[in-house]
Design a protein around this ligand. Structure first.
Ligand code: FES
Ligand code: FES
Length: 160
């Protein structure tokens, strides 16, 4: 089958099988390997991307279901060489160690901040409950999301 997707602002037609998962299409057919595959069973959140502006676990979405949609992956988050505020804050706050969960954490966090521009620690922990990290203990991830919220508020929401 053929699916038409706008991925990181570029519209393209891609041939795939009916059973192809969105995560596999992104990684294997479009070469966007920043979207990670961790569990493949909807547990870890490593594969989180934005589908029409909302965070989804791309291992739970068929490519066919995304036909006609707009997808943003971690590769599409920065503006040229300027990292997105959430990327900047994860770096500044050491919100990562091995980095395997990080693309999914960042995509989930940007969606969280769209819904909660000034989140409490509890809202952050609840909002990221579907994203697992085996390294950090989450404390620095929560700090990073708070710092990102502050950066985005200071920028007047322009980077949201
Ligand atoms: S790979 Fe999709 S949730 Fe783990
Ligand atoms: S930084 Fe290693 S799993 Fe999160």
């Amino acid at each position: 089958m053929n699916v038409e997707l706008t991925v990181n602002g570029k519209t393209q037609s891609v041939q795939c099988e009916d059973r192809t998962l969105l995560v596999d299409l992104l990684r294997e057919q479009l070469g966007l390997t920043g979207t990670h595959l961790g569990c493949d069973t909807s547990q870890c959140g490593c594969c989180t991307v934005h589908l029409d502006g909302q965070a989804v676990k791309s291992c739970t979405v068929l490519a066919a279901q995304a036909d006609g949609s707009s997808i943003t992956t971690i590769e599409g988050l920065s503006q040229g060489d300027t990292l997105h505020p959430v990327q900047q804050a994860f770096s500044a706050c050491h919100g990562l160690q091995c980095g395997y969960c990080t693309p999914g954490m960042i995509m989930a966090s940007t969606d969280l901040l769209r819904r909660h521009p000034d989140p409490t620690d509890e809202q952050i922990r609840e909002g990221l409950a579907g994203n697992l990290c085996r390294c950090t203990g989450y404390v620095n991830i929560v700090a990073a999301v708070k710092q990102a919220a502050s950066l985005m508020r200071d920028a007047g929401g322009k980077s949201a």
